[in-house]
Design a protein around this ligand. Structure first.
Ligand code: C5P
Length: 232
């Protein structure tokens, strides 16, 4: 499979996790893999290293940017941080659902306000339900966190592939964003509930987050082709 065979629709549903500590390295990865991924995810590591300019850099390179900062603080602080991030032109922002509906709601409002003030489209606020590295979360917690996301009017949730069906049952219109993806039989690193991209799509995931399965491979383009070969 070549990048030319990845449809525009599929590419827009694939997010590349740029978990590096340097903007130059992030741009190198982003440019190398732009044929496969339409969304670039900036997490705590890259945002701590490179800050807001890295968002604009990736937008200039044609990406929609997913800022994965997993905000969780008092409502006023989350609102104000989300307002700043909304004005940067991001397309997605994460908050921790464990912070509760009032915090999530403040984040949604701040994000919308920041984007409005900058004349930009409203970004999608995403509530992180259970970390995919967490093997011990009690079963009832997913429903509680999805419900908090709905109450707060988040656009979506981040969850494991195994949780997509339950999340969609509770809230069919919520976007489901799924990390923890690997080729079958390959190392799962710190992900306790890994799945393949094909399994995630079959489960109904809207956006797939892919990181080390591609970025840590010796030949990243080949790894992306191989990993995504079963999709389309
Ligand atoms: O390298 P890997 O594919 O495991 O990266 C997964 C990415 O998704 C990381 O950037 C991680 O921070 C993020 N993430 C996650 N689990 C969540 C939410 C986000 O692994 N529940």
């Amino acid at each position: 499979m070549t990048t030319a065979e990845i449809s525009t629709d599929l590419r827009s549903r694939l997010a590349l996790a740029l978990d590096v500590d340097d903007a130059v390295e992030a741009q190198r990865l982003a440019r190398e893999l732009s044929g496969f991924f339409g969304v670039a995810k900036v997490g705590l590591e890259l945002f701590s290293a490179a800050g807001p300019p890295v968002v604009q850099m990736l937008i200039d390179d044609g990406y929609r940017v997913f800022v994965d900062l997993k905000l969780a603080d008092i409502p006023n602080t989350v609102r104000r941080a989300a307002r700043v991030l909304g004005a940067l032109g991001v397309s997605y922002l994460t908050m921790h659902a464990f912070a509760g509906p009032a915090v999530l709601r403040a984040g949604v409002e701040g994000l919308t306000e920041g984007a409005d003030r900058a004349g930009l489209p409203t970004p999608a606020a995403l509530a992180v339900t259970v970390l995919t590295s967490d093997a011990d979360a009690p079963p009832h917690i997913l429903a509680k966190r999805v419900t908090a996301a709905v109450e707060a009017r988040c656009a979506g949730v981040v969850c494991a592939t195994a949780d997509v069906a339950e999340a969609k049952e509770i809230a069919p219109r919520l976007l489901t964003v799924v990390p923890g993806l690997r080729a079958a039989g390959s190392p799962v690193h710190d992900q306790a509930r890994a799945a393949t991209p094909a399994e995630a799509l079959a489960a109904g995931a809207d956006l797939l987050v892919i990181g080390r399965a591609v970025t840590a491979a010796p030949d990243r383009t080949a790894a992306a082709s191989q990993l995504l070969a079963s999709l389309s």
